[in-house]
Design a protein around this ligand. Structure first.
Ligand code: NAD
Ligand code: UDP
Length: 329
């Protein structure tokens, strides 16, 4: 019998799908530090065993290799659904699987939550706003998304997942927590996943050209992973009627050109900037309005880009210089 589910102890058994990925592995760390039991589920499409190596053997940690597009039977008290490739080059290399992961994966995790009568958190994304027509983006904006482009498997997959979450909530009274995550960075981002922060840092550390796509005037808002995880925990612990969607991100807005300059400055690199073509449907600007998170979760990010970049640069520096190629945690 699971004592937690009958309310005898504060320790919960928590499923983290995508737990071996960048954000998922940080979430596993935090939940274990908060004294919970963690089942980390992953199919290792983009995740890495190195991200969770340090947790193997922990008495409250269990690793499960599984693909969420298939049904899952476990007994837990709460579910965080993070499984889905997040970097454009990863989600575009098998777009059909990306949509399946978002849509069939959501159905499986919602079905599990329905049987267990437990809360389920969805890692949605600012990509549901597409290339936005309002700025900054508030949760009531419906978005401007191309349904048939190269980013659509991810954007529309995540939009459909949100639809499923709200329909399960209305139809089956499932307790849902839908977070729209804006660009997040930190240690354990895949070295070659093509995302801008990891790309620029690795290029700068190796003395290679910094590749700005387009003119570099497009903007993004970058949230450090520790801030994001704090937002997840507060949201999951919030009253059951708080379903979201809630934006989680750092409202500081930077052009990609500014990010490149900052990475060069902080690494002391001699790298030169080069310009490459802008990918199709690349959003022109993105910045979260986090008023809802502030009001309902008492959450706002506290780690400035410069500070977060410093520790991320340290991580990649150790990673690149580690000859055995063992990822530091
Ligand atoms: P990531 O690629 O590092 O992690 C995703 C994890 O999911 C990986 O470990 C991968 O192996 C696993 N996975 C993929 N498909 C799976 C499947 N079918 N079954 C089981 N596991 C599967 O990406 P991340 O940056 O850590 O993103 C985590 C979540 O947060 C994703 O859902 C992503 O859409 C969302 N998100 C991330 C960002 C960001 O900036 N990092 C922004 C918005 C939303
Ligand atoms: N980008 C860039 N150079 C790179 C990688 C990305 O200029 O080496 C740009 C990309 O075109 C986009 C922004 O940086 O405008 C953020 O890209 P990322 O893939 O990190 O995230 P997303 O586009 O999903 O927000």
């Amino acid at each position: 019998m699971n004592l937690t589910r009958s309310g005898y102890r504060a320790r919960k058994s928590i499923l983290v799908t995508g737990g071996a990925g960048f954000i998922g592995s940080h979430l596993c760390d935090r939940l274990l530090a908060d004294d919970h039991e963690v089942i980390c589920l992953d199919n290792f499409f983009t995740g890495a065993k190195q991200n969770i190596d340090h947790l193997i053997g922990h008495p409250r940690f269990e690793l499960l290799r599984h693909d969420i597009t298939f049904p899952l039977y476990v007994e837990v008290d709460a579910i965080y659904n993070l499984a889905c490739p997040a970097a454009p080059i990863h989600y575009q290399c098998d777009p059909v699987q990306t949509t399946k992961t978002s849509v069939a994966g959501a159905i499986n995790m919602l079905g599990l939550a329905k049987r267990l009568k437990c809360p389920v958190f969805q890692a949605s994304t600012s990509e549901v706003y597409g290339s936005p027509k309002i700025h900054p983006q508030t949760e009531d904006y419906w978005g401007h998304v191309n349904p048939i482009g190269p980013r659509s498997c991810y954007d529309e997959g995540k939009r459909c997942a949100e639809t499923l979450f709200f329909d399960y909530h209305r139809q089956h009274n499932i307790q849902i927590k839908v977070a729209r995550i804006f660009n997040t960075y930190g240690s354990r981002m895949h070295l070659n996943d093509g995302r801008v922060v990891s790309n620029f840092i690795v290029q700068a550390l190796k003395g290679e050209p910094i590749t700005i796509y387009g003119d570099g005037k497009q903007t993004r808002s970058f949230c450090y992973v520790d801030d994001l995880i704090e937002g997840f925990i507060r949201f999951m612990n919030s009253p059951p009627n708080l379903t979201g969607p809630i934006n989680l991100g750092n409202p500081g807005e930077f052009t990609i050109g500014q990010l490149a300059e900052l990475v060069i400055e902080l690494t002391g690199s001699q790298s030169k900037i080069i310009h490459l073509p802008l990918p199709q449907d690349d959003p022109h600007q993105r910045k979260p309005d986090v008023t809802v998170a502030k009001e309902h979760l008492g959450w706002s990010p506290s780690i400035a880009l410069r500070e977060g970049l410093r520790s991320t640069i340290d991580y990649y520096d150790r990673l690149i210089s580690n000859k055995a190629n063992v990822m530091p945690s």
